[in-house]
Design a protein around this ligand. Structure first.
Ligand code: BEZ
Length: 209
């Protein structure tokens, strides 16, 4: 069955460009993102891996470990890493899992046989500090992902976890947020003085720090 939000992220141990990694140990107490690539030496994947390397400081700021996977062997990953740097100017600075047996790809349901029976789709899993899956995304092979959107979702998830607020459509950092329905009006008045009631079920407040 497909991995669903709230499920524990399946643990695994795999060979990567940074040595053997146990996924849960690698994540430690923080957040994580696992994202898949259909194959090595492919154009969209090359741009994506370089983009994420460039955004690594943004993931670090959010206490989020990054790990990628492609179903090719380690030797191929190592050769490809140079191309990624040549093309994007960014050196691969997070582990890339080698999964030639498709062990991790199958564990996470990253192969969708009706799309392609050997390559993975472009999956994204965001995992919380409790090792539960907080977000899943599935993109087709020919569409590169928007990693700013993934950072935006992590910001939203972290605000919800810390402050009991949700984020409205098209929310960006610094904009007003929504007080979740789990918060009573009394608690809202204490936590978010001066909050605005747009509708009884829609209460807005400034983004908490
Ligand atoms: C790419 O990364 O460019 C790609 C990979 C597999 C299928 C189509 C495109």
């Amino acid at each position: 069955m497909a991995i669903q939000l709230g499920d524990e992220a399946p643990d695994f141990t795999a060979e990567t460009t940074e040595g053997t990694i146990n996924f849960h140990q690698y994540l430690g107490d923080g957040w994580g993102i696992l994202f898949s690539h259909p194959a090595d030496f492919t154009p969209v994947c090359t741009t994506e891996l370089g983009r994420v390397a460039g955004l690594k400081p943004e993931f670090d700021k959010r206490n989020t470990k990054v790990i990628a996977i492609s179903v090719d062997p380690l030797e191929k990953h190592e050769a490809w890493a140079q191309d990624i740097e040549d093309v994007t100017g960014n050196k691969l600075n997070y582990p890339l899992i080698a999964d030639p047996e498709r062990t991790v790809a199958n564990l996470y349901g990253m192969i969708h046989p009706n799309a392609n029976d050997t390559m993975t789709v472009r999956s994204v899993f965001v995992v919380g500090p409790d090792k539960k899956v907080k977000l899943t995304l599935t993109y087709p092979a020919a569409t590169g992902r928007d990693f700013n959107e993934i950072l935006r979702v992590i910001d939203s998830l972290q605000l919800t976890a810390k402050h009991k607020v949700a984020t409205p459509a098209d929310w960006r950092q610094g904009e007003d947020v929504i007080i979740t329905t789990a918060v009573s009006n009394e608690e809202a008045a204490e936590r978010f003085p001066g909050y605005e009631t747009v509708k009884p079920y829609l209460r807005k407040t400034q983004q908490p720090a």
